[in-house]
Design a protein. Structure first.
Length: 245
């Protein structure tokens, strides 16, 4: 059915008369949530069905940690542990040519992994994102620029297979698995899809040859912990220095 033209014009008139609204100010209110709040038994009962299963899964024991691992700069023991996990996973499950790995500082979501037993829930805390492992073929000169970017940010994060010194916001004395960095050589680097796609502002990896896996970084950490336990090993990264000033 076709509406009369006068009726359509009337609708436009009404719409045009509605005053526009402009947001002038935004305020936030904080609401305290604590143990002393009244508990709604209905929700507790509804969630208990799922909580038992989740707690059992997240409480799965993976491996023993010999010392506190901290997220700090310039050298991050926690970040280095994560980078080691990515390198191990990439070499053993994706491409044996993988030789170095990185974990960006901002992606480490807790500041301390405590000494003692490590369970699955702790890994979800340190890596809550669904980022994927990528292996990128990076020439030495581009890798040097990336390391300089890390140096300008004060270090941190984590790296495996790479050691360096920070001087005047530049990366110096760079070694790749014990050998000085070769600016003309191509290296097989392990990193997250987030970093490869330019996350953090470094975009030089985006157009390089790469192997984008469907392997979650979080799963790689869990698998690495299980492998350490199976090998009769513990996490021991507290004293390793891969970035120094």
């Amino acid at each position: 059915m076709r509406l009369p033209s006068f009726f359509i014009a009337f609708l436009f008139f009404l719409i045009g008369c509605v005053p526009t609204q402009e947001v002038r100010n935004i305020k936030y209110a904080g609401y305290s949530v604590g143990r002393h709040q009244q508990v709604d038994s209905t929700y507790v009962e509804m969630l208990s069905y799922y909580a038992d299963s989740v707690n059992k899964t997240m409480g799965e024991y993976l491996v023993e940690n010999e010392a506190d691992l901290l997220k700090e700069t310039p050298n991050s023991a926690l970040g280095n542990f994560l980078a080691d996990a990515y390198l191990w996973a990439a070499k053993s499950k994706i491409d044996p040519r993988a030789e170095i790995a990185f974990m960006n500082h901002g992606g480490v979501r807790i500041f301390r992994m405590a000494k003692g037993p490590v369970n699955r829930g702790m890994i979800y805390e340190v890596m809550p994102f669904d980022n994927l492992i990528c292996i990128v073929q990076v020439k030495g000169n581009i890798l040097k620029n990336y390391l300089n970017r890390i140096a300008q940010e004060g270090g941190g994060g984590g790296q495996s297979g790479v050691t360096m010194r920070l001087e005047n916001n530049q990366a110096t004395d760079i070694s790749i698995n014990g050998t000085p960095l070769d600016l003309n050589r191509t290296y097989f680097m392990v990193n997250s899809d987030y970093q490869v796609d330019g996350g953090g502002g470094f975009t030089a990896f985006k157009n390089l040859q790469q192997n984008r896996s469907a392997y979650l970084q979080r799963d790689a950490i869990i698998d690495y912990c299980k492998w350490l336990k199976m090998e009769g090993k513990k996490i021991n990264h507290a004293t390793l220095k891969r970035i120094v000033k």
